[in-house]
Design a binder for this molecule. Sequence first.
Ligand code: C5P
Length: 229
Amino acid sequence: MKDKIIVALDVNTLKEEERLLDILSPHVQVFKIGMELFYSCGLKTLELVKKHDRDIFLDLKFHDIPNTVYAAAKTAVRFEVFMFNVHASGGIDMMQKAVEGAEEESEKLGISRPKILGVTVLTSMDSEALKKIGINKSPEDQVLNLAKLTKEAGLDGVVASPEEISAIRKTMGKDFLIVTPGVRPEDSDSGDQKRVATPKEAFQRGADYIVIGRPVTKAKDPVKVIQSI
Ligand code: C5P
């Protein structure tokens, strides 16, 4: 289980990051660094995780022209991240270039290629929001549509909310990674997350990894929360 729980380091100082790493590293293998921490403190945030001998999920959701994402993917490899992600809505060419960049750079450095995930439909978007950007599909249909595209492009899997896990697992089969945020242990506050599930439910539906932030990072005793999961 230690390898299956990813803790989101959603803080904005190195001091706070280090405090969480000191407490949680003995119990958690993978830490997620997203836009808030990375754009606040830069590369040092990645170095700190490596100093603790732990793995990085770089959650910067690349979305640009294929050539730029190709270069960004190479950079992610040079950071030696375990996992990074791109927006699937950037299209198949963009995703293929992400894989190509990551493969070339990994080969050059003689390291294994990071896992690459597609972000399908942001969980903050409903049917109405999709319609306004010209997509006349339900969020679930669009999620499955984009999940298929990520596989075709050679990505390893997707980031998906608890509600989407079962349909994705059924459609995409077992060799497809599902990483699930929006997870809440039974007795914790759901905060602004609307479509939540417990860690147990998420794994039962077919998630490979769960991502959990505030219920752990804001807890009085973060280790206790991890142990309860
Ligand atoms: O604090 P909490 O457990 O809600 O944190 C969940 C993490 O997963 C946050 O870093 C959030 O940005 C991320 N995330 C999410 N929902 C998505 C994609 C990413 O909550 N659909």
